[in-house]
Design a protein around this ligand. Structure first.
Ligand SMILES: [Fe+2]
Ligand SMILES: [Fe+2]
Length: 282
């Protein structure tokens, strides 16, 4: 039986949380999903994650959470990053940064799966180490009995994500890109047997600019005057990809994009967004 891994793109704010809550359980049943991995760097008010929201999306069906450049925006998550095996920070930050660089979780069918994430360096604000060397470091630490390995490459430049796919081809079962919040049409199995897509797109409001209110972002870009980039609400979708993996070899058999519509709501925030202190705005 192939292992079915569903990965979800950046969950953005309340609209992203709602669509995951509404649609994920049905997708898990429909596709007989063994493991759900979600990038949740934007889940709290559009930037960062709190312990409360980590536990909520775990209850919705997310097995492992990956993060990105907003990893430390809410300090509230720090104890969870240290304690939980179900959340990873980018592996190419300082060795003193809070959180683990990879995790190994076991599916209900008994298959161990390693999960890690990396930050790109091109057009990214958060300084980080060489993600290619960091990937090698992580893979050298993954126990040899773990055949299935998944990498989230959280990066702005398609070139860097595609290059990472080729760097890890045959060494990871699935490499998916996040951060740009726009789904790409390049899902495929690479020659070495790794499933790859350069961006999953977000779980969030698509009538927006990358999840933020379009009027605010357009005004900022046309006036240079700072605007509050509030989370948008329209055209909410869940976007991700479903990969089938041979659990014995770790090679990918297939990958397909997943995109489903959510229910509409005008509410961009709720009480969960306010919980958790921030290190920085944005
Ligand atoms: Fe990001
Ligand atoms: Fe993001």
């Amino acid at each position: 039986m192939p292992l079915r891994i569903l990965c979800l793109g950046d969950i953005v704010g309340r609209p992203g949380r709602q669509v995951v809550h509404q649609r994920l359980p049905g997708l898990i049943r429909q596709h007989q999903v063994d493991l759900v991995i979600a990038n949740a760097e934007n889940i709290a008010g559009g930037s960062g994650i709190t312990a409360n929201l980590f536990h909520k999306i775990r209850a919705y069906g997310v097995d492992v959470v990956t993060l990105g450049d907003h990893v430390y925006k809410k300090a509230d998550i720090l104890p969870t990053l240290q304690a939980s095996e179900r959340i990873v920070r980018p592996a190419n930050l300082s060795s003193n940064a809070a959180g683990r660089t990879f995790t190994v979780v076991t599916t209900n069918s008994g298959v161990p799966v390693a999960v890690f994430c990396l930050l790109g360096r091109i057009f990214m604000n958060l300084p980080s180490d060489d993600p290619f060397a960091a990937a090698d470091r992580v893979l050298s630490q993954v126990p040899k009995n773990v055949r299935v390995c998944v990498c989230d490459i959280h990066a702005e430049a398609s070139s860097e994500k595609v290059a990472m796919g080729h760097w890890l081809d045959g060494r990871c079962s699935l490499i998916f890109g996040t951060h740009t919040h726009i789904p790409t049409a390049d899902a495929k199995v690479l020659p070495g047997g790794s499933a790859f897509i350069s961006d999953l797109g977000m779980c969030g409001p698509y009538d927006s600019v990358l999840g933020r209110r379009k009027d605010r972002v357009v005004k900022y870009m046309t006036t240079n005057m700072p605007q509050p980039f509030d989370v948008a609400t329209g055209d909410v979708r869940l976007c991700g990809a479903l990969a089938e993996i041979d659990p014995d070899t770790g090679k990918a058999l297939s990958i397909q994009r997943i995109e489903v519509q959510g229910e509409s709501s005008d509410q961009a925030y709720d009480a969960d967004d306010a919980k958790g202190n921030s290190y920085a705005a944005g």
